[in-house]
Design a protein around this ligand. Structure first.
Ligand code: 3HC
Length: 302
């Protein structure tokens, strides 16, 4: 059954090579999914070779893990590994790519710059997708010669597991771009929904409100562990603050900021989380014992 609002699939263009801008956690998880499901060459770029190497190594390790779990055989593992490469040079990496997705730092200017660089090196037909969590895709595409090929392609963490993909139609996105995005999503075995280019789209509006209320209680003086534990009886797959930690404190804080700007009556950034992010902490919890435990340095900041 065709997802609501999806264009005619006959308009979809073939995708025989994928490019990923960024080699961080989301980007590497995406690289793994693309190579596993599409079985086409996937190239990662980043700002330095060390980051690229780390991203490629992650994908290779995860392929080995799939082999260990018996999900793929040795031949396939070798083939998939051979399809994943990294390059510092965007022209080399993306010169023949059909679908390029960016997962770089969440700042409009940075993403606009990435799209401008991409437009200079990719062929006319190439889709430019973004995994942004909350930024305006219309603005991201506004300075391009061909904004109609830009689309939002928003994954959820853990990328391999979460079934949903928000496909975002920006003001100028054309039907061929959307049809291609839906066709790729189907090959990735994701459930896609077509959403409007509104701040934080649909899911992150709800999640941010939900996590924001928990953080609000913490900002008002409830200890973080208590606020977290209080929600356990609701039977959630993971507690709201562990979920925030999975998403990443900086990303969660940024999305809250975008929403607070657009809807100040409903959203606010947490002061406590702001302090943790400003201190450069990448996680709130340590997971060494198997059960999440609040990092003592974070506890000092809360
Ligand atoms: N990364 C990769 N894979 C993971 C993982 C992780 N962090 N955590 C678990 N998995 C995998 C496991 O390896 C396992 O894979 P397998 O089936 O191939 O063996 C599978 O997930 C199930 O693992 P568990 O048996 O440990 O499963 P749980 O029952 O504990 O579920 C969970 C784990 C699926 C992560 C569950 O806790 C969950 O659904 N949590 C909520 C996640 C969520 O809401 N994510 C959305 C965040 S919002 C977002 O990303 C948007 C962004 O823009 C902010």
């Amino acid at each position: 059954k065709r997802p609501v609002g999806a264009p005619d699939k006959a308009l979809a263009r073939p995708v025989n090579k994928v490019g990923i801008v960024g080699a961080g956690l989301m980007a590497s998880q995406m690289a793994l999914l693309f190579v596993r499901r599409l079985e086409v060459p996937v190239t990662l770029t980043d700002i330095d070779q060390a980051r690229i190497d780390k991203g490629v190594a992650y994908v290779h390790e995860q392929i080995d893990f799939l082999l260990l779990k018996g999900r793929i055989n040795q031949d396939k593992a070798n083939r998939l590994k051979g399809l994943v490469t990294g390059s510092l040079d965007k022209a080399e990496a993306f010169g023949d790519a059909d679908f390029v997705i960016e997962a770089v730092f969440e700042e409009l200017g940075v993403k606009q710059q990435v799209f401008a660089e991409l437009e200079a090196v990719v062929p006319e037909h190439t889709i430019l997708a973004t995994n942004t969590s909350s930024l305006s895709i219309t603005e991201m595409a506004s300075q391009l010669k061909n904004p109609e090929r830009v689309v939002g392609f928003h994954f959820f963490n853990p990328v391999a597991i979460m079934p949903l993909l928000e496909i975002v139609r920006a003001e100028r996105t054309d039907e061929g771009t959307l049809a291609t995005a839906f066709a790729v999503a189907k090959k990735l075995k994701k459930t896609s929904v077509l959403v409007k280019d509104a701040p934080a789209f649909v899911v992150n509006r709800i999640l941010t409100r939900f996590m924001g209320e928990v953080l609000g209680a913490v900002d008002e003086g409830t200890p973080v562990e208590v606020a977290d534990r209080a929600l356990a009886p609701l039977g959630l797959p993971m507690s709201p603050i562990v979920l925030l930690d999975l998403v990443g404190p900086a990303v969660a804080h940024h999305v809250a900021g975008t929403l607070a700007e657009s809807f100040p009556d409903r959203f606010r950034q947490s002061e406590n989380l702001g302090r943790v992010v400003a201190a450069g902490k990448r996680n709130l919890y340590v997971y060494d014992s198997g059960t999440p435990e609040l990092d003592p340095e974070v506890a000092e900041l809360f």
